[in-house]
Design a protein around this ligand. Structure first.
Ligand code: C5P
Length: 325
């Protein structure tokens, strides 16, 4: 409490002294009214604009370079997801991508020193399986289910042999899961370590700023430069594309708030719950049949949430808590 009060008092006095010095400098008056070697007088509007640009740049003054790491990693993650989606079927991608639930916990333990009890580990594994089950069932008809199950029981005779493109896609989705866990936990540590002095919104602007470079140079210019030059930047855009973009941007901001004010594990639970909610909503709104495996998966997700948050025995702690260490 005392050092904080001392800090506040110092900032208060220093800022007032600096303001007196800045206002008494009279440079502005001199710059407007003293003629300079036959040059035309500068335009006040350009000076006003430059002042605002310099003030905007000041949000990059503190330890903003730390955001280069998550910006690069999020860009890598998005590219890996793109490679994975292009080389895998939707079910395999979505199911394997649930690995990020577990990688997030691993990085929370390693980077944040968080402790996870055996019961919570069990809940997380159940959550991963439950989400995977809802995802699989949502895309495979019940006929397919029976066929796939019986083929598995018969020894997987009809399962396709993995192709090199499937291997590429699988490697990409596993790498994306690891990157997701690492990046989100790194961002959480960065934001929480400095939340008192640097606001979440400043961190978001810094992250966006550093993400702009790879998005512009690697994505837009290098990857799609030729197509954009040929068809234009907004080729194929329509209302649904704008809604998607707005939702993605809103989602990114909500993710940031969840990470800063709750944590990444809670964020992943919320994302898993959204899969269950959209499954039930689709069934109610569009009267799609609720299959056994999907409903089972949804129930497992809910049970996992209860198990993770409950204070039920056994209190078997796998890793020591921060206090015990
Ligand atoms: O799947 P996962 O939870 O790892 O994805 C997190 C998403 O949130 C990424 O697409 C990332 O770009 C976005 N994000 C954001 N702003 C933040 C943190 C994350 O847009 N401050």
């Amino acid at each position: 409490q005392a050092p904080q009060q001392y800090w506040q008092l110092s900032v208060q006095r220093t800022s007032l002294i600096l303001l007196v010095l800045q206002n008494s400098a009279l440079v502005m008056h001199h710059s407007r009214n003293s003629p300079t070697n036959h040059q035309p007088r500068y335009l006040a509007s350009t000076a006003v604009l430059l002042v605002e640009i310099i003030k905007l740049a000041s949000i990059f003054a503190p330890d903003c370079w730390k955001l280069v790491v998550p910006a690069a990693l999020y860009t890598l993650q998005n590219s890996l997801v793109y490679v994975a989606i292009s080389n895998l079927d939707a079910v395999t991608f979505q199911v394997t991508y649930q690995l990020k639930i577990l990688t997030t916990v691993l990085f929370s333990i390693l980077l944040l020193g968080r402790s996870i009890s055996l019961r919570q580990w069990l809940a997380l594994v159940l959550l991963t399986l439950g989400v995977a089950l809802v995802q699989i069932s949502g895309q495979i008809s019940s006929e397919d289910w029976r066929e796939r199950l019986s083929s598995l029981i018969r020894g997987g005779a009809t399962l396709n042999a993995p192709t090199s493109s499937a291997f590429r896609g699988f490697t990409a989705v596993v790498a994306a899961s690891v990157t997701s866990g690492l990046t989100c936990v790194y961002f959480e540590k960065l934001v929480k370590d400095s939340l008192a002095s640097v606001s979440l919104w400043t961190r978001n602007v810094q992250l966006s700023f550093f993400s702009l470079f790879p998005a512009l140079f690697i994505g837009v210019l290098w990857q799609d430069g030729a197509a954009i030059a040929r068809d234009g930047f907004f080729a194929g855009y329509g209302p649904i594309v704008w809604v998607t973009i707005a939702l993605q941007a809103f989602g990114g901001l909500v993710v940031a708030v969840c990470i800063a004010y709750a944590d990444n594990v809670a964020k992943n639970f919320a994302a898993s719950l959204s899969i269950v909610v959209s499954y039930v909503a689709t069934a109610l709104l569009f009267r799609t049949p609720m299959t056994g495996p999907s409903t089972g998966g949804a129930a497992i997700v809910l049970a996992a949430m209860y198990l993770y948050n409950s204070r039920l025995p056994p209190r078997m702690v796998l890793l020591p808590t921060t206090k015990e260490r």
